[in-house]
Design a protein around this ligand. Structure first.
Ligand SMILES: [Cu+2]
Length: 260
C-alpha cells in the first residue's frame, strides 16, 4: 500500500535505504490528513443541515450534551501520538544517533561555500589531514594543516561526490561562510552546514545514478546555483576506478589565512 500511495502522492525518486522509512512516515501522515479532511467535510455538511434555522427557529443555549466529539478528538490525538512516538522519533533517532561505522562506509567531507560544494576524500591511507581554522585560506577551504602527512594524499573536488552503491555513506558537513544546507532529495537526507561545526549525516544509496545536490537554506543571491553539485552513485568497480583517477589535492601553503 505504501508503494501505491507514494505513486499517488507523486513523491520524488527514492534511491536510498534510509529513505524508505521517511517516505512511509510521509504516507502515514497523508492518510491521517485524508481521514481528517473527509471527517471535517462530513461534519460541516451535517452541521449545516442539523442547525439550519428551519429546524431550529429558536436558539438552544445548552448546546451539545453528548461526548462524541471528545472521543473523536481523543482518537485523533492517539493516532498522532503513534505517528510521532512510534514512527517519527525512531526514524529521526536512527538518522542522528545510529551511524554505521566509518570502516563500513564511504566517508566524505563537504565544505559549503557561496556558491559551491567542496568535497574531500581521504587518499589511499584512509586518513584525513588535520584541520584547523587558522589554515583556512582561499586555496585551502578545509583548513588542512599543510605539514600533516595524513593530508598529503587527500583528494579534493568541486561539486562532485561519488559513492559506491549499497554501501553506507557518511558525509561531514561544514560551511566556510554562511549557513547552507546540504540536501539530496533522492537520498532523503538534509543537514545544515554551519560555519565552525562539522556535522555528520548518512545514507545508504540503493540505486546507481546521478542525483542533484541542493542547498536548503537561502544563502545569498546566487543560492540557486548550488544545484550544480551532483552525487554520482555507481558500482564499486566504477567508484574505485574513479577515485584512482583523481590526483591528491595540492598542499595549500602559499594562501593567506582568511581568519587572521
Ligand atoms: Cu547555500
Amino acid at each position: 500500500m505504501i508503494e501505491w500511495s507514494v505513486k499517488l502522492l507523486v513523491m520524488p525518486e527514492l534511491a536510498s535505504k534510509n529513505g524508505e522509512q521517511v517516505d512511509a512516515l510521509i504516507v502515514y501522515v497523508h492518510w491521517l490528513m485524508l481521514v481528517l479532511f473527509v471527517g471535517w467535510i462530513i461534519y460541516f455538511g451535517y452541521a449545516v443541515w442539523r442547525f439550519q434555522s428551519r429546524r431550529n427557529p429558536k436558539a438552544d443555549y445548552e448546546g451539545v450534551k453528548n461526548h462524541t466529539s471528545n472521543y473523536i478528538e481523543l482518537a485523533v490525538v492517539l493516532a498522532e501520538a503513534v505517528l510521532l512516538v512510534g514512527i517519527a522519533i525512531p526514524v529521526w533517532s536512527k538518522a542522528v544517533d545510529h551511524f554505521p561505522t566509518a570502516n563500513e562506509s564511504t566517508v566524505v567531507y563537504v565544505m559549503a561555500q557561496q556558491y559551491a560544494w567542496h568535497v574531500r576524500y581521504t587518499g589511499p591511507d584512509g586518513l584525513f589531514g588535520k584541520q584547523d581554522m587558522k589554515f583556512v585560506a582561499a586555496n585551502n577551504v578545509f583548513g588542512v594543516d599543510p605539514t600533516d602527512s595524513d593530508g598529503k594524499d587527500d583528494i579534493q573536488l568541486l561539486n562532485e561526490i561519488h559513492v559506491p552503491v549499497g554501501k553506507p555513506a557518511i558525509v561531514y558537513v561544514s560551511s566556510k561562510d554562511v549557513i547552507h544546507s546540504f540536501k539530496i532529495v533522492a537520498m532523503r537526507v538534509c543537514q545544515d552546514a554551519i560555519p565552525g561545526l562539522r556535522i555528520p549525516c548518512w545514507f545508504t544509496p540503493t540505486k546507481t545514478g546521478r542525483y542533484q545536490i541542493n542547498c536548503a537554506q537561502l544563502c545569498g543571491p546566487l543560492h540557486s546555483t548550488m544545484t550544480q553539485g551532483f552525487l554520482t552513485v555507481e558500482s564499486k568497480v566504477d567508484f574505485d576506478k574513479w577515485i584512482k583517477s583523481k590526483s591528491p589535492a595540492p598542499a595549500a601553503t602559499g594562501g593567506k589565512s582568511l581568519y587572521e
